[in-house]
Write a protein that binds this ligand. Structure first.
Ligand SMILES: Cc1cc2nc3c(=O)[nH]c(=O)nc-3n(C[C@H](O)[C@H](O)[C@H](O)COP(=O)(O)O)c2cc1C
Length: 339
């Protein structure tokens, strides 16, 4: 690989997804490859110093050098509106093992916004600056403090004020989900705003929102000029999207993951989480992942239909066995093994 191709390689981030991308999913996604940085679900900061176990439950990687088993660094995300409490808990997180802190200014949930956290803070850019500043000043300089914003709360008018506030507070990087809180998750994502932010700020800006495919990555890169990209739902829909992008950028051939590999991935996820989640929720996590996979793999829709009403381990596993033993899957497995 020449220096030129290295410099053309984008940095790929796994987006935080509360209730969806936990440490099990981070482990699987980072093992596939293509992901440079993972981010945890948010730790909700109240007025107290949170106990160590809360950090390690949400991010057991803190006990393993703050990296996944495949060595991908994991950033711990904090959410809250009180600069002092955020700073105190950032210090605690670092003491527990965090090597980077990300601050959430994007969560649209009513319950979160009503208790003064997430996207509602975008209504007061000076508060964004104060929170970032308090955390930045409280943790050692070698610990990156990053922020993740939307383009605004009720509308997108405050996008630049909030981006500049995060930078003025000392954020080392800024991830921008290209929608306002009111935009929710409705397409489109307004990538053009990210490009403006990137031009104005001196810190790396990470583009996020609706980058579902390699072609969309290319368009987003063109529109924003960014070198860093964050993928949430899209990475669940195409778990090797990071590899697809990196191979493309390096000019290398790459055969994207096909359904047989996806079933094996899902089977691995089911097996590792089977004992951990309460029995009454058995299968819920794979159904949740299938809901994203359906967007990229027609086979996932068929599989989802077969498991959607099942709650018993035996029944769910029978569907898996049927799929894992299907001639199509076995044939593909042999082809991959030979390749
Ligand atoms: C179910 C769900 C949970 C999310 N949880 C978080 C979170 O904990 N912290 C955060 O900053 N963003 C969270 N987000 C937003 C994503 O990180 C990301 O910004 C958004 O989904 C757009 O990116 P995508 O189009 O690649 O999914 C969440 C999104 C979804 C759909």
């Amino acid at each position: 690989m020449t220096d030129k191709t290295i410099s053309l390689q984008p940095k790929i981030y796994q987006a935080p997804m509360e209730g969806v991308i936990d440490h099990h999913v981070r482990k699987l996604l980072s093992a596939i490859g293509g992901v440079d940085i993972c981010v945890t679900e948010f730790v909700r900061v109240t007025d107290t110093r949170l106990p160590r176990r809360l950090f390690t439950r949400l991010c057991p990687e803190l006990l393993e050098g703050a990296a996944t088993a495949s060595g991908v660094p994991v950033r711990l995300q904090l959410l809250g509106g009180n600069p002092e409490s955020m700073a105190i808990n950032a210090i605690k997180a670092v003491a527990v093992g965090a090597k980077a802190i990300d601050l959430n200014f994007g969560c649209p949930a009513k319950s979160v916004n009503n208790s003064d956290g997430g996207a509602c803070l975008l209504q007061s850019p000076h508060r964004v600056e104060a929170i970032v500043g308090a955390v930045r000043r409280s943790v050692p300089e070698n610990i990156p403090v990053t922020a993740k914003i939307r383009l605004g709360f009720n509308d997108r008018a405050s996008y630049m004020d909030n981006a500049q506030a995060a930078a003025a507070g000392g954020a080392n990087e800024l991830a921008v989900h290209a929608r306002s809180k009111v935009d929710g998750y409705k397409p489109p994502a307004y990538w053009e705003y990210i490009g403006e932010i990137r031009e104005k700020l001196d810190i790396p800006v990470i583009a996020n929102g609706d980058i579902w495919t390699l072609a969309e990555f290319q368009r987003c890169r063109e529109q924003t000029g960014c070198q860093a990209f964050m993928f949430g739902r899209s990475l669940l829909a195409r778990p090797d999207l990071g590899l697809q992008i990196k191979a493309f950028c390096a000019g290398e051939a790459y055969r994207p993951m096909a359904w047989p590999q996806i079933v094996e991935l899902l089977w691995g996820y089911y097996q590792t989480t089977r004992e951990i989640y309460p029995a009454k929720y058995l299968g819920n996590r794979i159904k949740q992942w299938l809901a994203y996979l359906k967007l990229a793999f027609p086979e996932a829709q068929v599989f989802f239909e077969k498991v959607k009403r099942l709650r018993e381990a035996e029944a769910i596993e029978a569907v898996f066995f049927q799929e894992l033993e299907s001639p199509q899957v076995i044939a593909k497995r042999k082809t991959f093994a030979a390749a």
